[in-house]
Design a protein around this ligand. Structure first.
Ligand SMILES: Cc1cc2nc3c(=O)[nH]c(=O)nc-3n(C[C@H](O)[C@H](O)[C@H](O)COP(=O)(O)O)c2cc1C
Length: 215
């Protein structure tokens, strides 16, 4: 199977999301050593923002695009290819201002592509068709405070999970598991406890989930 490991933290050694994303992939490979991992690191490459010419190119049917349009979409095509090739997406991100960090939002805007990850037919009863199939997503969210998980005291402020679940469903990724690691701002024992809890949850998920991917 193919894993796409996506890191969105601009921090390296101090990043809690990266640490847990790496742990997830290590554990995965311990069970399935022959699986292949592609690492897309938004710390070293931030996808470009959408521009007017990008929109024009994306909404021109592929067969009618000129060279400039193909160049305009080259990064987006690469990022969509990576996602399409993946059976499993492992996304690790920091919560910034209660939502996605902007580098990850730029990635999202590049991979939600008409004709590639969703289709639109204005005459259909349901005009939107997701085009991705058979993918699982595991999302690790690092936060400064804690309690952002569903049912937690901060969930009402969590604009990461509802946003990502909506996006994933829109393009056809319908099996998604979230892990949270909070308390970065508090540090010390409170952070250690969060790291240990998230690590345990990942270990348990990978050992007990009877998923197609882990079978
Ligand atoms: C620009 C910025 C915005 C942040 N916004 C929030 C926030 O809205 N809620 C929160 O709990 N923590 C917030 N934090 C803290 C980070 O989510 C926390 O440090 C997290 O551990 C970062 O992920 P990383 O450890 O993978 O780098 C923010 C940090 C920065 C730098």
């Amino acid at each position: 199977m193919n894993l796409l490991q996506l890191d969105a933290s601009p921090r390296l050694g101090r990043s809690n999301s990266r640490r847990l994303g790496n742990y997830f992939v290590e554990r995965w490979l311990a069970k399935r050593p022959d699986d292949r991992v592609v690492h897309r690191d938004l710390r070293t490459f931030t996808p470009p923002h959408v521009t007017e010419s990008w929109i024009a190119a994306a909404f021109t049917p592929a067969a009618e695009r000129d060279d400039a349009m193909h160049r305009e979409l080259a990064v987006s095509d690469t990022l969509v290819d990576e996602l399409e090739a993946a059976d499993v997406l492992v996304m690790a991100l920091p919560m910034y201002n209660f939502g996605l960090p902007s580098a990850l939002k730029a990635w999202v805007d590049n991979i939600v592509r008409i004709g590639r990850t969703f289709d639109f037919d204005p005459d259909a009863a349901d005009p939107y068709t997701p085009l991705l199939r058979d993918k699982q997503a595991y999302v690790i969210v690092a936060t400064g405070d804690a309690g952002y998980q569903p049912g937690g005291p901060m969930y009402g402020l969590n604009h990461v999970e509802p946003h990502l679940r909506t996006l994933f469903q829109f393009i056809g990724i319908d099996q998604t598991t979230f892990f949270y690691v909070g308390n970065d701002e508090f540090g010390g024992q409170r952070l250690e406890t969060e790291l240990a809890t998230a690590t345990d949850r990942i270990t348990q998920t990978l050992s007990s989930t009877p998923s197609r991917a882990c079978a």
